[in-house]
Design a protein around this ligand. Sequence first.
Ligand SMILES: N[C@@H](CCC(=O)N[C@@H](CS)C(=O)NCC(=O)O)C(=O)O
Length: 192
Amino acid sequence: MPQYKLTYFNLRGRAEISRYLFAYSGKKYEDHRIEAADWPKIKPTIPFGKLPVLEVDGVTIHQSLAIARYLARESGLAGQTPVEQALVDAIVDTIADFMTLFPWGNRAFDDILTNKAPELLKDLNTFLGDKNWLVGKSVTWADFYWDVCSTTLLSHKADLVDNYPRLLALKDRVQALPAIAAWIQKRPKTAL
Ligand SMILES: N[C@@H](CCC(=O)N[C@@H](CS)C(=O)NCC(=O)O)C(=O)O
C-alpha cells in the first residue's frame, strides 16, 4: 500500500473531495493541515506553489482534481466505462467551473448564488433525472464532488437547492454512505 500524504489548509475547500475518496476507499493517509501563518515559508517548497498536493511514495501530485481523479481511478469511483468516465469528468468540470466564479470573501458572492446558481442547478437536476447517482448505476466521485461543493454553497445560502429535491436527495444518499457518514462525523469542523 503506498504512503499517502495530503497537504492543505485546515479547511474542507479543495482537499475535501480527496478526503471523501480516502474515507470511502478506507485507504490510510496523512491528512496534513497547515496553518495559514506558516504558508509563506512552506509555499516555495511546494511544486507550483499551491495547495492541495498529494505525496504518493515521494511523488508530489498537484491540482485538486488531478489528485481526486487519480484516487477515484484507484478506487473504482471514476466511472465503469470510458464514456462514463468522460461524463464523470464533465460533471466535475461543470461544477468546478461554477465554483471558480466565486471571488471568495467578496460581496459579489451573493449575486452569483442568486443569479448564476439556478442555471447550474437546473441543468444538474435534468442530468440526474430520476437516477440514484449522477453517472451510471453506482456512486462515483462526481456524486462526492456535488456533495462537497454544495455543502459549501449551502453554508452561504441555506435554501439554494430547495427547488431541487432530487439533488438534495443525492446529497443525503452520499452522506448516508457509512464511510462518508463516519468521516463527516469525525472531520475537523471548519467554516469552508
Ligand atoms: N486549480 C488549483 C487551485 C489551487 C489553489 O488556488 N489553491 C489555493 C488554496 S484553495 C492556494 O494554494 N492558495 C495559496 C496561494 O496561492 O499562495 C487546484 O484545484 O488545486
